[in-house]
Design a binder for this molecule. Structure first.
Ligand code: NCD
Length: 325
């Protein structure tokens, strides 16, 4: 892969962990990464061969289920020409964690067994990536930590919004669904606060699944325009981006609690008649029942298109962290 375009001499990601969107403090940092992602997109579309990471070794450890994040990180490394990728899904079942090994010990172990240059981690604990980064001698990328953060998802979500609208000014964004347990909404909301002060976010959920109060306060302190409601149809006509999320059954105390809120919101072609023609519907996926399959053919359904951006963003991030730009 040959990159002709000269990037400015500015790489805020070089040799660093990427644990939280809060590490990003300026639009310039985001634009830098998006510029690389644009190059990656072009390279993948033209099926260009890359040797960028041919000297590198990557470890990908997933302690929670995943389809998109796992396959796209792996594919990202391969598209960049990485020769040694140790990618393990189901760490919670198949690693020595089952025998009681701690995360710090597992991290120190894989560094020894693989001599890796980068570790990518998904884990159910909120602070897992920080802990891993503390013990690792190489950079760590957070591929989803507990209910708290999913920073690479936020980047690909933002990249998708930029592709559609070309800017971030004056957008009305609705976050819908399980705002209590979901991590993607939290990371994306924080990142939106970095790109523009003229974005308004409305959080739409059943009372049981509201976004945590402390988190909301944090956004308000940043000067963001925030609202909360239970009523989607009331706000829908004003929305530019409807970000739908799954009700996350795995975090519920019992089946009964889940059944109370299951199916609270279902996006159907009928409901979407109330929305703007130029808006988009996003979803980090997986979907269960919150978007009717019949809506998939609507030009506003962006969730499958959104997935591909995960490949480009993860390629860009890995390359930037490993100092290749
Ligand atoms: C999400 C996650 O794992 O946080 N999925 C993803 O990575 N795209 C959302 C979910 O599990 O519902």
């Amino acid at each position: 892969m040959v990159f002709n375009k000269k990037l400015e001499n500015f790489n805020p990601f070089s040799k660093k962990d990427f644990i939280s969107v809060e590490q990003i403090t300026s639009l310039r940092e985001i634009e830098y990464l998006f510029q690389i992602a644009d190059l990656m997109k072009e390279a993948v579309e033209k099926k260009k061969k890359s040797f960028l990471l041919e000297d590198k070794t990557l470890v990908i450890l997933f302690y929670q289920p995943s389809t998109r994040t796992f396959t796209s990180f792996q594919a990202a490394a391969q598209w960049l020409g990485c020769q040694r990728i140790i990618a393990i899904a189901g760490m919670e079942f198949y690693s020595s964690a089952v025998k009681g090994e701690s995360l710090p010990d597992t991290i120190r172990t894989v560094e020894q067994t693989t001599n890796c240059d980068l570790i990518i981690l998904r884990h159910p604990d909120d602070n897992s990536s920080e802990i891993a980064a503390r013990y690792a001698n190489v950079p760590v990328i957070n591929a989803g930590s507990g209910k708290k953060e999913h920073p690479t998802q936020a980047l690909l979500d933002l990249y998708t919004i930029r592709q559609k609208f070309g800017h971030f000014e004056n957008l009305n964004i609705a976050m819908l669904g399980d705002l209590k347990n979901g991590r993607t909404v939290k990371s994306l909301s924080l990142l939106l606060g970095v790109v523009s002060s003229k974005i308004s976010i409305v959080f739409v959920s059943p009372p049981e699944l509201k976004i945590p109060k402390e988190f909301l306060e944090k956004l308000k302190e940043k000067g963001m325009k925030i609202k909360e409601t239970e009523n989607l149809e009331e706000v829908l006509p004003e929305i530019d981006v409807l970000y739908v999320t799954r009700i996350q059954k795995e975090w519920f105390e019992n089946e009964e609690e889940y059944q109370k809120v299951k199916g609270s919101y279902v996006i159907t072609p009928e409901i979407m008649k109330k929305a703007k023609r130029k808006m988009i519907v996003m979803h980090p996926l997986p979907r269960v029942d919150e978007i009717d399959f019949r809506f998939d053919s609507d030009p506003r359904a962006f969730y499958f298109y959104q997935i591909r951006n995960g490949l480009y963003i993860r390629m860009a991030l890995i390359a930037a962290i490993l100092g290749k730009f």
